[in-house]
Design a protein around this ligand. Structure first.
Ligand SMILES: [Zn+2]
Length: 208
């Protein structure tokens, strides 16, 4: 499977572009900004976007969703518990001193039990609230890979001091949903370098 990680926007959110070599279909996760660069990657690989998935409604992860949806006609998946955050994208923009991007409608409520397919691979949705109430992670067994949004980072966890954050809840999410995955699974966090479940289990100072 094609998988390119592109840090986008001023907060360098890791946007993931997955592509299936056979069907040439793609799933884009967290297109926060730099949509022209994302489209260039899609074009280079001759990929057609079948779904846009948002791990949570913080502006650095969702800011470019409306533009990418307009360009690709692909449906947007997000957990509805983050709808209120998304409705206040202008407030988030003002925190960062930037102009508010256009909003779009969410097409599918992404929640645990649901999944998306790309070629033969399944992307399972895990509810991992705590950083925000609608935070989700994506578990891709065929790739042994977890897209963790801002829930789990290398040596850190997501902040819980913003509206909708809950420190106890994020720890519960990480322990019960993420650390039970295979130790050698690759973790792609919402910011910064990749890690593995085993490494974070052993060395993450917030989890020991
Ligand atoms: Zn966030």
């Amino acid at each position: 499977m094609i998988h390119q990680i592109l840090p986008v926007g001023m907060l360098q959110c890791n946007c993931s572009i997955f592509g299936d070599e056979k069907t040439r279909e793609a799933i884009v996760v967290d297109p926060g900004d730099n949509i022209d660069d994302i489209v260039a990657i899609l074009t280079r690989h001759s990929l057609k976007v079948k779904a846009i998935v948002i791990t949570h409604a913080h502006i650095d992860h969702i800011g470019g969703a409306a533009k990418l949806k307009t360009l690709t006609d692909a449906p947007v998946y997000m957990n509805s518990n983050d709808q209120d955050l998304y409705n206040h994208l202008d407030v988030q923009a003002s925190w960062l001193g930037m102009e508010s991007p256009t909003r779009t409608s969410i097409d599918t409520d992404a929640r645990e039990g649901g999944s998306l397919s790309l070629g033969d691979a399944k992307f399972h949705i895990l509810d991992t609230p705590g950083h925000t109430q609608g935070s989700i992670s994506l578990w891709i067994p065929a790739e042994n890979k977890l897209i963790a949004g801002d829930t789990l980072f290398r040596d850190s966890i997501g902040r819980t001091d913003l509206p909708g954050g809950d420190g106890q809840q994020i720890l519960r999410s990480i322990h019960t949903k993420l650390l039970v995955l295979p130790e050698d699974a690759t973790v792609v966090p919402g910011h910064g370098p990749n890690t593995t479940i085993g490494r974070e289990k052993e060395r993450n100072p917030f989890l020991t």
